[in-house]
Design a protein around this ligand. Structure first.
Ligand SMILES: [Zn+2]
Length: 379
């Protein structure tokens, strides 16, 4: 019988489940068994269809009334790649480190959360839930978003959410995330008319307006940043004409841009701005296609971040930096509901070969999580 108080043992067992997105790999079943034995009501879902599904999702809930705190995370891992010293799905302790895919991102944090639940009495006040998706590392279309729909149907909405992504930099607890930038990709196509370069009056070169469009996009300073975010930034990520001939004016020119934007913008506003410039420079020969990967969000520093920072300080002595750096995470979805803060293990080896977590960090993280949950439900 597994001791559910031991985050190291729980992490080992979770890592041994080969749950590369979107494969369940036994990880959620293991979690379900543990959480059921801790008095949680466990719901399994299989959401969506091909090509972005079906995705295994798990929701576990304990308690009926009072403040509701949720731990959110993902049981899937990125593909291990070749070149590991050892089997990425055969967890191994060498020295003070536990090696295996998902050790820090984020089976270690899930193990720490489960061990924290195990230390709380089952009849605690308030509601504690675990929101665990099987697709955070993939398209994420039927992951956390689907779980949120299920929770709406069940009438469950957390008051506070802790996301266990690896946010620590050099030492456990030195950084938590209170927001993230948004991200949008835009594909621009300009159509023209092919012809001989010596007879430009008989052709229409789409490269000319495309260059003007890109110039105008890069000209604008989107903002200056603010107290919590760095300035928004547009990067041209591709320019493609694909014309091998030196004497031909091409018929089509394409480009792609990515914008990482802060909370002073919405994804659609940025798309509308780009569409306007394309229309002005290329008229009806311009086409715009876009995809918002996620909106920016900010959980204003306040009660929730203070609770988390306080628990970190009490256990480690560190005052965590409140950051909005890095890529997107599923917190972008959950932040529609309530204050969301991310705090987890050191991220130096995430997604890398020989991903590893310090054994002491696992134990310490579990103690910090325990303190956070206790304070959140007023226990
Ligand atoms: Zn992750």
């Amino acid at each position: 019988m597994t001791s559910l108080h031991d985050p190291i043992e729980l992490a080992r067992q979770l890592i041994a489940c080969p749950s590369v997105t979107p494969v369940e790999g036994g990880a959620q079943q293991l979690l379900a068994d543990w959480l059921a034995s801790l008095g949680f009501t466990v719901h399994h879902f299989l959401d969506g269809q091909a090509p972005d599904g079906p995705v295994p999702n798990l929701l576990a809930v304990r308690g009926n009334t009072g403040p509701h705190v949720a731990f959110a995370g993902h049981s899937d891992v990125v593909t291990p790649g070749n070149g590991w010293n050892g089997d990425p799905f055969a967890p191994e302790i060498r020295g003070n480190l536990l090696y295996g895919r998902g050790a820090v991102d984020m089976k270690g944090a899930i193990a720490a959360a489960v061990a924290a639940m195990a230390t709380l009495p089952t009849d605690h006040p308030g509601i504690i839930s675990l929101i665990i998706t099987g697709d955070e590392e993939g398209p994420s279309r039927f992951g956390t978003l689907s779980l949120m729909e299920h929770m709406d149907v069940l009438g469950l909405r957390p008051d506070l959410i802790l996301v266990g992504e690896p946010t620590s930099q050099h030492r456990l607890g030195d950084m938590i995330k209170i927001g993230r930038r948004g991200s949008v990709n835009v594909w621009i196509t300009v159509n023209g008319q092919q012809g001989h370069v010596a007879y430009p009056h008989l052709a229409d070169n789409p490269a000319t307006p495309l260059v003007r469009i890109l110039g105008r996009l890069k000209e604008r300073t989107l903002d200056q940043g603010n107290d919590w975010f760095q300035p928004s930034n547009l990067e041209i990520t591709d320019i493609n004409i694909g014309n091998e001939a030196t004497n031909i004016i091409p018929a089509q020119a394409r480009a792609r841009v990515n914008i990482r934007f802060n909370n002073e913008h919405g994804g659609q506003d940025l798309i509308d701005w780009i569409s306007g410039i394309v229309a002005a420079e290329a008229g009806d020969k311009g086409e715009v296609r876009s995809a918002i990967s996620g909106e920016a969000f900010l959980t204003d520093p306040g009660d929730w971040s203070t609770i988390i920072a306080g628990a970190i300080k009490a256990e480690t002595g560190l005052e965590p930096e409140l950051s909005t750096s890095g890529g997107t995470s599923d917190a972008r979805f959950l932040s529609r509901w309530c204050p969301v803060v991310e705090f987890g293990l050191c991220n130096a080896t995430m997604h890398k070969l020989d991903e590893a977590v310090a054994l002491d960090d696992l134990k310490q993280l579990s103690r910090i999580y325990t303190q956070i949950f206790r304070t959140a439900i007023g226990f």
